[in-house]
Design a protein around this ligand. Sequence first.
Ligand code: SF4
Length: 449
Amino acid sequence: MEPAIFSERADQIHRVGEQPFRMACNRESLAGAVSQRACVFCGSRVVLYPIADALHLVHGPIGCAAYTWDIRGALSSGPELHRLSFSTDLQETDVIFGGEKKLYRALVELIDRHHPEAAFVYSTCIVGIIGDDLEGICKKVSREKGLPVIPVQSEGFKGNKRAGYHAACQAIFRLVGTGSTEGISPHSLNILGDFNLAGEIWIIRDYFKRMGLEVVANITGDGRVGDLQRAHGAALNVVQCSGATMDLAKMMQQKYGIPFIRVSYFGVEDMAESLYNVARFFKEPGIMTRTREVVREELISLYPQLQKYRKALSGKKAAIYVGGAFKAFSLVKAFRLLGMQVVLVGSQTGTEEDYRELEEITDDGTIIVDDSNPLELTSFLKEKKVDIFVGGVKERPIAYKLGVGFCDHNHERKEPLEGFIGMLYFAREVYNTVMSPVWRFLPRRSASH
Ligand code: SF4
C-alpha cells in the first residue's frame, strides 16, 4: 500500500539501502500532523517528577496536570510525595488579573501541609502567555519557608519535548552543589536518566554495588533532594536516556569537572557493555574482576531461559517508535537476540547522528522515521505486516486498532525491562503478545503466523 506521508515530512523518513542517508530532524512538528510528541512541560515533568521527596506544583490550568504518577509509574523506596499531582488550576479571572497570588498561596499551603525537601513549580503555556513572575514568587517562598523552591521554565509552546528536558536539567542544576560531599568514595557515580519504572533502578544499583561502587544520587528515578545536592561529589556521571539528562551531565562536567559516559541498561549486549565501560573508567583491577563476575552470573541463568522464546519468535517482524533514539538502538539489538527482524524504527527526539547510527545497525528496507504521527505509523505497520509494535501510551491504540501485538516500553509499564533479568521479562512479554491466539480472530493476518 501507499504510505500516507505529508510531502513536508518526506525528508524525515529514510528507507535503509534504498537511498543515500539523509534525515531532517530536531525541527518543529508539522502543524496539523498530530505528532506523537508531548509538550515542553511534559518533557520537564517526565524528568523531574520521580524526585520523590519534592513537591511538584503545576502552575496552569487543570488539564496540564493530567500527566500524573498514574501514567508515569516511577517507584520510590521511601517518600511518595511525587505521586500527588498539584495544580494551581488557573481560571479565566487568573488569566485576566494574573496567577501570582494564587501560586503564592498554593505553595505556602502545600509546603506547610507536606513539608517537602524542595518544591518544583512548572510553568505551562498559559503562564508563559500571561507572564507571571515565577522566579520572583519562588524566591519569596524559598526565603520565607527556608527550602529550595525552583521554577521550571517549561511553557508548553516553547519548543518540542527536548526543550522540556533542558528546562528540567537547569532546575536540577540549581540543587546540585548545595550539599556536603564529605565521605563520598572515590569509586562513586551518579545514575542519570533512569526513572525507576517498575523498580528498574534498584536492579542497576545492585549491579554497581556488586562491582564495589557507591551510587551518590539517582537522577531522577527514586531521587532525593539531599542526594542531588551532593551529586557533584561523585567521580562519574553514568547517563542513560539520550535526550533527558545529557544536558545536566554536560553542565556538571563544565562546572565540577565530572566526566560522563553514555550507557544503556536494556538488552544483554548493551547492559554488559555499560557495566564494563563503567568498570574501565575506574581503572581498578578489582572492579573489573567483580564486573566480569556479575555479568557471568547473570548470563548463566539468563541464556538457557531465552532459548525457548528465540525459537518461537525467529523470523517475526517488529516495529519500534520511542521517545529517545538511544533506547531504539538497544531495542534493535534485543530483537536481533530473539531472532526477530526490525522493519520500522523511529523516535520523537532523535538527532541526525542517532539516525545515522540506526541506519548502520538496521537491515536494508527498514524504515527510519523522525517525529512521526499516527497516520504514517499506521501505514508503515500495514505495509511491513509487523507482528509487534513497541512504543508508549500514544502508540498502543494504533497497534490494537490494527490487530498488531503491542509492547509498552514507556513510563506506564509495570514490569522492569532493564538489566539482564529485564531482557527475560521483555522476551516473555514479546512472546506472549506475538504468539497470542487472539490475533486469529482479528482482521490483520500476518504472513508469518
Ligand atoms: S503546557 Fe501547554 S501544551 Fe502542555 S499540556 Fe499544558 S496547555 Fe497543553
